[in-house]
Design a protein around this ligand. Structure first.
Ligand SMILES: Cc1ncc(COP(=O)(O)O)c(C=O)c1O
Length: 400
């Protein structure tokens, strides 16, 4: 089977784990702090403002919790978001308000967000689809103007930048995911960045039982009783540990190599699939934008998208669609909402295998299987009169 995602781990990561075993210190400790410092340098923010946690999901929950939302408060987020974002909003008693996206980039534009704002909007959460930074500069400017907190779900964009500035550093809070399918992996893990100093201190507390300072001899307030607790408010336990941090530090060093290969694979898909009738490829990145290249997605006739996925599966190629629209999920209570671009994209988009372990031969195999399926299924070419222009200037058909 040609996998959709596959972690790149090997001898260097094993050596780092072995060192941790030798030291007999697996929990939160010096390797965690070193990974936080290296990550902070990578995104060019102060080290005290990042916390290594156990997942990107925990980052979303911590972020929302730190906003002290109340019943009736609203948080705007694209319908094509990871489910944890909506769950995190609901867990704080707030209401998720789903906005539309650009049909080709699958990222929300500032206008998409603007249409969903109300006087009750307290925060906006955006993700960077497949690692593409999207409209983040304009969105961050607008949120700042309005005094609305911007949370960047940078789970898929660990190496994404706009004019050299790291995605995740544009908003007020951001989180990254290092789960087993991501570009930088630690098995499970994540990083949260909090711009405001006080909120950063509080977030670190909330991530570890609410403790104002770690327990233990070196940290005790009353040195003769280092087991006493100082808890200004209750918290949870969602911190990372030295074992996974050791893997993360190695992965961070190797990140440029991973992204370089991903970029090569995307370019090869572009060449192999260009001009295939009935198939739209990911839009070109705007000038100054750098992507992590987490997804390579194609869009096709909605009548055959599912068959295409089935044909590829039969040929030993795994595909998926991320992210199934949340306004269609009954639990989130927005089924009557009309988000035409999200619906359009959700019916037509398929993510193809993308990871550095793919050989050029694998990519050609996938491309050939896509071409064969589309020919057999007779994909309908997109008629000229039904095309609309998306922000990248390339066209797509949208049935509005
Ligand atoms: C956009 C996005 N946000 C958040 C997450 C959650 O990350 P984790 O799996 O580390 O909890 C994911 C995971 O797939 C994701 O894709």
């Amino acid at each position: 089977m040609i996998n959709l995602f596959q972690p790149q781990v090997g001898a260097e990561e094993l050596a780092a784990i072995a060192e941790t075993f030798d030291d007999k210190w697996l929990g939160h400790g010096p390797r965690t702090r070193a990974f936080e410092a290296a990550f902070a340098e990578h995104i060019d923010v102060p080290a005290e403002h990042v916390v290594f946690i156990n997942s990107g999901t925990s980052g979303l929950f911590l972020a929302l919790e730190s906003l002290d939302l109340r019943d009736g408060d609203e948080v705007v987020l694209p319908s094509l978001s990871f489910v944890a974002a909506a769950n995190a909003v609901l867990s704080c008693g707030a209401r998720p308000v789903f906005c539309d996206v650009d049909p080709r980039t699958l990222n929300p534009t500032v206008e998409d967000i603007e249409r969903s704002l109300t006087p009750r909007t307290r925060a906006v959460i955006v993700l960077h689809y497949g690692g593409s930074p999207g409209d983040i500069v304009r969105i961050a400017d607008r949120c700042r103007e309005l005094g609305v907190t911007l949370v960047e779900d940078a789970a898929c964009s660990v190496a994404s930048r706009v004019d050299g500035r790291a995605v995740g550093s544009f908003g007020d809070i951001a989180m990254w995911s290092f789960d087993a399918m991501k570009v930088l992996v630690t098995g499970d893990g994540g990083m949260i960045y909090v711009k405001d100093r006080e909120r950063a201190v509080r977030t670190r507390r909330l991530a570890y039982h609410g403790l104002a300072q770690p327990s233990g001899f070196g940290h005790a307030k009353v040195s003769s009783r280092w087991w006493e607790l100082d808890i200004p408010e209750p918290g949870r336990r969602v911190i990372g540990n030295d074992l996974t941090a050791a893997i993360g530090s190695v992965q961070l060093r190797r990140l440029p190599e991973f992204v370089h290969r991903r970029r090569e694979i995307c370019a090869l898909y572009d060449r192999e699939l260009d001009e295939v009738s009935g198939l739209l490829l990911p839009p070109a990145l705007p000038d100054g934008h750098e992507s992590t290249h987490y997804f390579y997605w194609v869009q096709t006739d909605p009548g055959i998208r599912d068959e295409l996925a089935g044909d590829l599966y039969q040929d030993g190629i795994y595909t998926t669609f991320r992210y199934a629209p949340l306004h269609k999920v009954p639990a989130f209570g927005s089924q009557s909402l009309r988000l035409p671009h999200s619906d359009w994209a959700a019916e037509r988009t398929l993510c193809l295998p993308l990871h550095p372990g793919l050989s050029d031969g694998d990519v050609r195999t996938v491309a050939a299987a896509v071409r064969k399926s589309l020919e057999n299924r007779r994909a309908t070419p997109i008629p000229e009169e039904e095309r609309v222009e998306s922000r990248d200037g390339r066209t797509a058909q949208v049935d509005l």
